[in-house]
Write a protein that binds this ligand. Structure first.
Ligand code: TMP
Ligand code: ASP
Length: 245
């Protein structure tokens, strides 16, 4: 698929970090990656210059790596520095989080220090609901709320662990420690696909040697050097420097 065969039509949805457009093809959408950044359910807002370009290309690289390893993703093509053509999914309203190292809300919930290793990766489910602030839920809640069938949830869990098993060594070879990350899945026809993005917005990525944070925690926690961290992830994952688009 090339830019010539997909044309944007009306805006379907505008989220905190992306805009989704319909296209001339009914089963294809375009994700447009913005520089807008939010944290703490949009209580904190800002701009990370160049983030959209980084997240678009980093996500494309990750999706292509996963496809080569047999994971079905919504990725179809990179149309421009900020636009990705994707299969149109019926998104399951669950955020699936995988954790390899204690950080963030897991440190808060358990009292364990950030950076403590986890022997076996942990999978957590959150209800994707802005008004409720994305609360953690379990499989009984998923069934009660009718968010997904038990078979779908089983599939998402297995896919999340497979994705972790592929991306962890892939990123380690690029001197990045995959601490944790968030995934969204959706339905298209009779199949499930990985959707959304995989980027420094949705992953915790630490320098493997120094443990320096190279992800959105720099913005969430006012650590400074936010743009530089995103550019560094681009350099390690995609290669080279992003254009200034
Ligand atoms: P947490 O430790 O705050 O629960 O975050 C776990 C992972 O999920 C981390 O890599 C960042 C990602 N994440 C999102 O992608 N979106 C969100 O809204 C939140 C809270 C976390
Ligand atoms: N997506 C979250 C929000 O603004 C931010 C985060 O990643 O922490 O609600």
């Amino acid at each position: 698929m090339s830019a010539a065969t997909v044309e944007p039509r009306e805006k379907l949805y505008e989220g905190k970090a992306k805009i989704v457009y319909a296209t001339n093809r009914p089963d294809v959408v375009i994700q447009y990656f913005k520089d807008d950044a939010t944290a703490f359910n949009a209580l904190k807002r800002g701009t990370i210059v160049g983030k959209g370009v980084v997240n678009n290309h980093v996500s494309a690289t990750m999706f292509q790596r996963l496809e080569r390893a047999g994971v079905a993703t919504h990725y179809l093509a990179t149309l421009s520095d900020r636009e990705m053509a994707c299969r149109k999914l019926d998104i399951i309203k669950i955020e699936t989080i995988v954790r390899n190292v204690v950080a963030g809300s897991l440190a808060k919930r358990t009292g364990l220090p950030e950076g403590a290793p986890i022997k076996r990766p942990i999978v957590e489910l959150y209800y994707k609901s802005d008004p409720l602030g994305d609360p953690m839920i379990n499989e009984d809640h998923v069934r009660m709320l009718g968010l997904a069938t038990p078979a779908e949830i089983g599939w998402c869990r297995r896919a999340a662990l497979k994705i972790n098993a592929i991306l962890r060594p892939y990123l380690r070879r690029r001197s990045l420690l995959l601490v944790d990350f968030k995934l969204e899945f959706g339905r298209h026809g009779r199949r499930l696909y990985l959707g959304d993005e995989i980027s420094p917005d949705t992953c915790r990525l630490w320098d493997a040697r120094t443990k320096e944070r190279l992800d959105k925690d720099r913005f969430r926690r006012d650590l400074g050097g936010v743009e530089d961290a995103y550019q560094e992830v681009y350099r390690r994952v995609v290669g080279g420097k992003p254009s200034a688009a």
